[in-house]
Design a binder for this molecule. Sequence first.
Ligand code: KIV
Length: 261
Amino acid sequence: MADKITAPSLRSMRTANKKIVCITAYDACFGALADEAGADLILVGDSVGNVMLGYTSTVPVTLQEMVHHTRATRQGVKRALLVADLPFGTYESSPSVAMDSAVALMRAGAEAVKLEGDYPEAVAALTKAGIPVMGHLGMTPQSVNRFGGHRVQGKGASSERLLEEAKSLDAAGVFACVLELVPAAVASHITEEVSYPTIGIGAGPCCSGQIQVLHDVLGLGDHVFKHAKPFMTGRQLTIDAIRAYTEEVRASKFPGQEHSS
Ligand code: KIV
């Protein structure tokens, strides 16, 4: 196994100009597959709400659900850095609330947590307590109701505010930050201005690394987002496999002698 990835080693990858590859996973099975495939960082994202639990946004996801999926993913991940999302409502009100929530995720096996938005006091408090924190700026899905949809952020004059937030998180001590749905030129500029690795999703090729939702990479959804690329036709392959199974059972072809004791 190649060397274990840690929060400091991701910073070294930025310094060495090595692209950082990140992907989400939500259970032991896919955590192990993503780890074996060589991902550097595996995120137990609160996108679990959308892609696994059937919610229409990440807003309903609870800390208990995140703890459950983090504990499961932990069982499969050995080499990659395992990061878990602090869900909506579990860190914004105060650093001490953020601390309690982050401790629950770390006890479940996370090696770092991610939070959305500009909360430098929470970042500093968690970092001081030994919990590496990843930021998330731009289109932060927990604020979808404020944005009025999944819209590109940081266009025009608002790019200055985004840069200020990115610098504020740098001063607070994040070890990396996701930039989601941000114009490529803005993400590139932020990357030059901060000391940490930037991890893009719909933010162009100049970030220090990229993150994608597992289900988008595997082509499991019924929709392809502009920022995503399916690397297999997982949805159709899965339907075909389950259909072949149902047909063989109905035709009494499966199980055969070789599957029987
Ligand atoms: O929850 C998630 O999957 C995320 C990534 C899209 C960055 O936050």
